[in-house]
Design a protein around this ligand. Structure first.
Ligand code: COA
Length: 261
């Protein structure tokens, strides 16, 4: 896949997407967002892709937000198009029936945080920090951040960070559930993301897709509707030959273990 602002490579079932504008801390200009949409579309279409990892080049940032220089010059119509493009990307990541991991190292700010929030799993290095500094620029998070942050860390905490612009360090992010794991100093974040992705490849892909779908759909539903969504997805998986095969394999392994002991 040839791109100008990102690098996307498929290796052994994992699509690695690297934001590649380190000279501007991987700021998300309009072209970068469009290229990301193409890279996610590729993951959607290609059966070989079992998991996606998104990371940033340069070692200083995942992404320091939307490109302010580009945004400054946009007309109101251009601004609307930019937001539509960005929101579409985040929804496409959420709806991709494959796991997406954000491997975070350094600044995760504004649109960078919104991109991370759209991913399923977020892991971060110790130097990672998060913020939504939009009010200082006269705007609000527009790629879904004002809505998704609260769904991840709770409404009150999200409003606090969206309004105060306070930086969230990685320890606080972990406590809030914004990151699932803080990587040890001697484990590069991409290496850890890769380890997780390899593990995900072993799982039943239909089950992972169902987890994404039911958790997304159920999040905004009342409890009865949400349980119904879960029940239907469970039922569908229960009918699949993969379920019988995987449970049979587990039982076989247990039998062999007993024979050996
Ligand atoms: N858009 C465009 N360019 C950006 C950018 C952004 N969001 N974030 C950083 N850059 C550019 C800087 O202009 C600078 O370019 P230059 O070397 O040509 O001057 C380069 O990236 C490095 O950034 P710099 O500010 O010098 O690094 P720093 O370590 O002093 O500060 C940040 C890092 C992240 C604190 C700071 O760059 C910043 O506040 N960025 C904007 C974050 C933001 O408000 N994002 C939300 C946008 S909606």
């Amino acid at each position: 896949m040839e791109f100008e602002n990102i690098v996307a490579e498929l290796n052994d079932g994992i699509e690695y997407i690297t934001l590649n504008r380190p000279q501007v801390l991987n700021a998300l200009n309009i072209d970068t967002v469009s290229e990301l949409r193409d890279a996610i579309e590729y993951a959607y279409r290609d059966d070989e892709v079992k998991a996606v990892i998104i990371t940033g080049a340069g070692g200083r940032a995942f992404a320091a937000g939307a490109d302010i220089a580009e945004m400054h010059a946009l007309t109101p119509q251009g601004g609307r198009e930019m937001i539509a493009n960005g929101q579409a990307l985040m929804c496409e990541i959420e709806r991709l029936p494959k796991p997406v991991i954000a491997a975070l190292d350094g600044y995760v700010i504004g649109g960078g945080l919104e991109l991370a929030l759209a991913c399923d799993i977020r892991i971060a290095s110790k130097k990672t920090q998060f913020a939504f500094p939009e009010p200082s620029l006269g705007i609000i998070p527009g790629y879904g951040g004002s809505q998704r942050l609260g769904r991840v860390i709770g409404f009150g905490a999200a409003k606090y960070y969206c309004m105060t612009e306070e930086r969230i360090d990685v320890q606080r992010a972990y406590e809030l559930g914004l990151v699932g794991k803080i990587c040890a100093d001697d484990v590069p974040v991409l290496e850890e993301a890769n380890r997780i992705a390899v593990g995900l490849k072993e799982r039943c892909p239909e089950a992972l897709a169902a987890i994404k779908a039911v958790m997304r759909e159920g999040q905004n539903a009342d409890i009865d509707t949400a349980l119904d969504i879960e029940k239907k997805a469970f039922d569908k998986l229960f009918l699949s030959p993969a379920r019988t095969e995987r449970m049979g394999l587990f039982l076989e392994k247990q039998k062999n273990k007993k024979k050996k002991s």
